[in-house]
Write a protein of this length. Structure first.
Length: 304
């Protein structure tokens, strides 16, 4: 916007100068008519330049997880009160025909940013989970994808992303930020890079708990049966198993179990952090006034 407005204002000033030169050559018998014509002709470029600046409004887009069309009052819900969203709908536009590219966070956000099916950008997964769970994941939205933020930058806009990103951070190193929002057309980022799992909130359990307990329990049972069987076969004499092999077997089991416990205990610190651009500003993040902080950051960016 700054580059465009500078060009237009210099053009309007030149037109004003040029207009004054022309206007000085006109003569009218009616002085009032001459004055009115002079003002209209000479002020027209300035009015046009101001109108060009006003023609680019601020644009705010909301991406909400786990929200159905039937949850909002503006779409007919009479049980839940959503007055602020209803006001936005009343003062703006309400769309009734739409389709979500995916019911999951990562692929739906990729489609939202690019306008393409997430499978085309590699953001659709055949696995059961289907989203990025860890900040250390090397995958993410490819840098060659064209997002609406990149297109808005070309039109002179400054773009910010406030809240959840969930489309990857790094590629090969912890500081290359190849999948970061600032690499996809955004000039400012304040938010969380991955998912807002309940693991990040103390005392709210873990989404991995049931899965780990199920798999660990099954794995330990299989390992235990195999270990006991090898020991029995060894002492009976049916199978000669070196004690070193049994020791390595037992050590590997212990390491895997210890790693699982370490992961659950440290997940919050390693994965739940708040970023401002490329810098981590809170690790793990605090839920105190988090929504208010997001709102203030967004308002501050719009007003700057």
């Amino acid at each position: 916007r700054g580059r465009n407005s500078g060009t237009k204002w210099s053009l309007s000033l030149n037109l004003v100068k040029y207009s004054k030169g022309i206007c000085g050559t006109f003569t009218f018998s009616n002085r009032r008519m001459m004055t009115l014509f002079y003002l209209m002709f000479c002020l027209w470029p300035i009015i046009g330049a101001e109108a060009a600046n006003v023609s680019k409004p601020n644009i705010v887009l909301f991406m909400v997880d786990d929200l159905g069309i039937g949850d909002l009052g503006c779409y007919g819900n009479t049980t839940l009160r959503t007055p602020n969203i209803d006001k936005l709908a009343k003062e703006g536009a309400t769309l009734t025909q739409h389709i979500a590219a995916s019911p999951l966070c990562t692929p739906s956000r990729a489609a939202f940013l690019t306008g393409r099916y997430p499978v085309r950008s590699g953001m659709a997964s055949l696995h059961r989970i289907g989203v990025f769970l860890f900040s250390a994941s090397s995958g993410g939205l490819p840098t060659e994808e064209i997002t609406f933020a990149k297109l808005m930058q070309q039109e002179g806009y400054s773009a910010a992303l406030i809240g959840k990103w969930h489309l990857g951070i790094n590629c090969n190193r912890s500081d290359d930020f190849c999948h970061h929002p600032l690499s996809h057309g955004f000039d400012y980022f304040y938010g969380i890079p991955v998912n807002n799992l309940r693991d990040c909130r103390p005392g709210h359990g873990s989404v991995f708990g049931s899965g780990i307990k199920m798999y660990i329990s099954s794995a330990l049972q299989i390992i235990g049966i195999a270990f006991i069987s090898l020991v029995v076969l060894h002492y009976v004499g049916l199978l000669k198993v070196p004690l070193r092999v049994l020791g390595c077997f037992f050590l590997t089991t212990t390491v895997l179990l210890g790693f699982s416990l370490f992961f659950l205990h440290n997940f919050r610190y390693l994965n739940c952090f708040l970023m401002r651009n490329h810098r981590i500003i809170q690790q793990p993040w605090s839920y105190d006034n988090l929504t208010q902080r997001f709102t203030e950051e967004a308002t501050r960016f719009i007003k700057r």
